[in-house]
Design a protein around this ligand. Structure first.
Ligand SMILES: N[C@@H](CCC(=O)N[C@@H](CS)C(=O)NCC(=O)O)C(=O)O
Length: 270
């Protein structure tokens, strides 16, 4: 399937297909951080088309893209090259002083933090729901969404090593520490997948799946042998990867070069 198409409904596909956009003009909304819409009852979704500031192949950006596609919300993408520091500009700093992406601009609203963006989309566009109605499932979805931050941080050093970050050096102990942390997290999420059903919370796709998927996908891309290490998570990963929203938002450079990156190329890392 090609980028931006959503198999289940071509009408939806057109809506959720991201458009690559040129520079967005600086305007006053960029000096605001999450102001409320002007008129009571007016949601951001009744205003203009949203713009997502992104890097191709950022796990955090990917969450926002999956949520946008699941909701069938058409959006434009403004793509920056992180390694070239293209995002280190005043416009970005004005919204997120940490100068991290994703950033979502929508009408007068400017927000950052991937999970905040997903929650915001859920509140603005309740259908289809990403948070279950049943109390126990709702609780579980929220817990796992929050716990995904531990998954991110548990895998982060391993990802930096996979990308050849020199700061982690050749010293083997920090490298193996990063390895153990990542595998410890993967086993936790294997247990979550085993306690779930088709998805992490029973058989229904939820915010928890969006929260966890990109980081697990990066583990796979860097060479983690998920089928061997975590078979329940591997089945979940395959189910997730075939969702139209995930396919439509698959990182551009992964699509251009399918397969795995060199990543975890040391014996024992996979
Ligand atoms: N907690 C943030 C983390 C965002 C984040 O770390 N984004 C990375 C992209 S992977 C970034 O913008 N890095 C900027 C930089 O490295 O200068 C979220 O969930 O959105």
């Amino acid at each position: 399937m090609r980028r931006g198409t959503c198999a289940w409904d071509m009408g939806h596909a057109r809506k959720c297909m991201p458009r690559m956009s040129g520079p967005t003009p600086v305007d006053e909304r960029l000096t605001w951080s999450c102001p409320a819409p002007d008129a009571p009852g007016m949601s951001a979704s009744s205003l203009e088309r949203p713009v997502l500031y992104c890097f191709s192949g950022s796990p955090f950006v990917w969450r926002a893209e999956i949520a946008l596609c699941e909701k069938g919300i058409g959006y434009d993408r403004r793509v920056f090259r992180r390694k070239r520091g293209e995002h280190r500009i005043d416009e970005v700093r004005a919204v997120n002083p940490r100068m991290q992406l994703p950033i979502l601009l929508w009408g007068k609203v400017a927000l950052y933090e991937s999970m905040a963006i997903c929650h915001f989309l859920e509140l603005e566009h309740p259908a289809p729901p990403l948070i279950p109605v049943a109390t126990a499932d709702r609780a579980r979805a929220l817990v796992l969404s929050q716990e995904s931050h531990d998954l991110d941080s548990g895998c982060w050093d391993a990802f930096m090593i996979a990308e050849g970050d020199a700061k982690l050096g050749d010293d083997s102990e920090p490298r193996w520490q990063a390895h153990r942390k990542m595998h410890g997290e993967v086993q936790r999420w294997e247990a979550h997948a085993a306690a779930g059903g088709d998805y992490l919370v029973g058989d229904t796709f939820t915010l928890a799946d969006i929260a966890a998927f990109p980081t697990i996908a990066f583990c796979v891309r860097y060479g983690l042998d998920l089928a061997h290490r975590a078979p329940r998570l591997a089945a979940w990963y395959a189910r997730m990867a075939s969702r139209p929203s995930v396919d439509a938002s698959w990182p551009d450079h992964w699509r251009a070069r399918p397969g795995k990156d060199a990543g975890f190329n040391e014996p024992g890392w996979q």
